[in-house]
Design a protein around this ligand. Structure first.
Ligand code: HEM
Length: 472
């Protein structure tokens, strides 16, 4: 079997280059070797084939069930974060299919309406805690918003001791392996040694154990006092049955809850931080968005916000230019497959590089320019535009993530006048496995709109936030 050509540096050197800057590594290799190349960055430094050609991607996603499977690399990468019952660690096709059938219904687009009010309220509340005139890193409030959407909308835990405890544990857990040196531990399983609570790995493991215990107790209590009228996603999943009529076990639910947090929090926070950057970096984009949002009048229905065409195009462009997850999960060849003239044998791992596809000049001319207009009146195929991956493993939280992005942006823009705090160029920075804006970016609230000018997305129940805000 002849693998596609690729970088010649020793695999360990390539791995270090990848860890230092995966986007640059992929760009350099694509420039030199084209749409398909072999890298030395597979698990245990084995070769892995990287693909960015839409026709090859189509072939992978359409033939996934017959010719590909989730490889050990994906399981190993997620193992430290997620329990063994998590969907991301399920490789057997029928078991994975069952998981998706159970998990997907509460995430369907039409189910999002029930979370609209909550998302606007959380955005409003988090932003109201920022001090006008004081510089902040936009990533922090966006992380707080996306964490609370998961805790309150997905888990259905609002207020109380357990809620506070989970909030306090989750960010440090998530941050525990954030430096480049610490995140190397994720890729090198034999370094994952627990040397006590002061070692990075030990701290990470203890926090995870505590979070898991809290989640399990929550699930057990909620089973005992089951309330079908609740609209959170955990309640829906508690009553979901598979084809044989089985419910998910408590341990299965616990592992999936942590999966949804891990997969959904930082990704959405990163996209919203990028959004704040691009919108304030390009005044014409901000102006057009403000006009569009204002056209809905006061108290628009969140579903109307979600349908705004320019806002939708802005969100699409944000996820195109720097997709927070810059590649799909790896796939392993199960039965021989031909990709762009290469015969790939079973055991070879393949990675779809959505970041590279999103910068193909034949699809996206001047691809480094932020131009939402690309998406107005033009629909790209799912193999040309794929921030949420594709095929059997396509992201489950896509509808929630996009809905959240739109509502949070509309809430913030209609309420606050903000500016970038400096002219320093903002660059993509890989934080663990997500692409986030370097420096946050740093922003400042310059003024708050008067109450009568504001489109109020909140009901009377949340009136206090409005008054609090406009008094500043
Ligand atoms: C902008 C935000 C998000 C982005 C860019 C994103 C992107 C992705 C990508 C690229 C994949 C891998 C797909 C593949 O390999 O083909 C994925 C998988 C997944 N995502 Fe997301 N995601 C986001 C938000 C969310 C949210 C909010 C949730 C849930 C709360 C979520 C849950 C999942 C799950 C459970 C999987 C694994 C699916 C499986 O293994 O079958 N994601 N996501």
């Amino acid at each position: 079997m002849k693998l596609p050509d690729g970088p010649k540096a020793p695999p360990l050197v390539q791995m270090l280059q990848w860890l230092a800057d995966p986007l640059k590594y992929m760009e350099n290799a694509t420039q030199r070797y084209g749409d398909i190349f072999t890298s030395g960055c597979g698990l245990n430094l084995k070769p892995i084939v990287l693909v960015s050609n839409p026709l090859a991607i189509q072939k992978i996603f359409l033939n996934e069930e017959k010719q590909f499977e989730a490889p050990s690399a994906a399981k190993v990468l997620f193992q430290p974060f997620l329990g063994e019952l998590s969907i991301t660690r399920t490789d057997d096709s029928p078991r994975h299919k069952r998981k998706r059938q159970l998990l997907m219904p509460p995430f369907h687009g039409e189910k999002m309406a029930t979370h609209g009010q909550l998302i606007c309220e959380i955005a409003q509340n988090v932003m109201s805690q920022l001090t006008p005139g004081k510089i902040f890193s936009a990533y922090n409030p966006m992380q707080e918003i996306s964490l609370r959407v998961i805790l309150e909308g997905v888990y259905g835990i609002r207020g109380g001791e357990r809620y506070e405890h989970l909030r306090q544990l989750m960010v440090p857990w998530w941050e525990a392996l954030s430096s480049p040196v610490e995140s190397t531990l994720l890729y090198v399983p034999f370094l994952q040694i627990d040397l006590g609570s002061w070692s990075p790995w030990g701290r990470f493991c203890r926090l995870k154990k505590e979070i898991n215990q809290l989640l399990l107790v929550e699930i057990q209590e909620r089973r005992q006092q089951y309330d079908p009228s609740r609209t959170d996603i955990l309640t829906m999943l508690m009553s979901a049955r598979d084809e044989t009529g089985q419910l998910m076990t408590d341990e299965e639910l616990r592992d999936e809850m942590l999966t949804l947090l891990t997969a959904g929090q930082e990704t959405t926070a990163a996209s919203m931080s990028w959004a704040l950057y691009w919108i304030h970096h390009l005044p014409h984009v901000r102006e057009q968005l403000l006009q569009e949002i204002a056209s809905l009048g006061d108290s628009p229905d969140p579903m109307m916000i979600a349908r705004l065409p320019y806002l939708s195009a802005v969100c699409q462009e944000i996820l195109r230019i720097y997709p927070p997850v810059y590649s799909s999960f790896p796939r392993m060849v199960k039965s021989p497959v031909e990709l762009m003239g290469y015969e790939l044998e079973p055991g070879i791992e393949v990675l779809v590089c959505n970041y590279i596809t999103h910068h193909r000049e034949d699809l996206y001319p001047e691809s480094k320019q932020f131009r939402p207009e690309r998406f107005l009146g033009h629909k790209f195929s799912p193999y040309e535009y794929l921030p949420f991956g594709g095929g059997n493993r396509r992201c489950i939280g896509e509808a929630l993530a996009i809905f959240e992005m739109k509502l949070v942006l509309a809430t913030i823009l209609s309420r606050y006048q903000m500016a970038l705090a400096n002219n320093r160029p903002v660059r993509p920075h890989v934080h663990r496995i997500n692409v986030v804006p370097s420096d946050g970016p740093k922003m400042v609230i310059t003024s708050q709109r008067q109450r009568q000018e504001v489109s109020l997305f909140i009901s009377n129940k949340q009136h206090e936030f409005t008054i609090q805000g406009s008094e500043r």
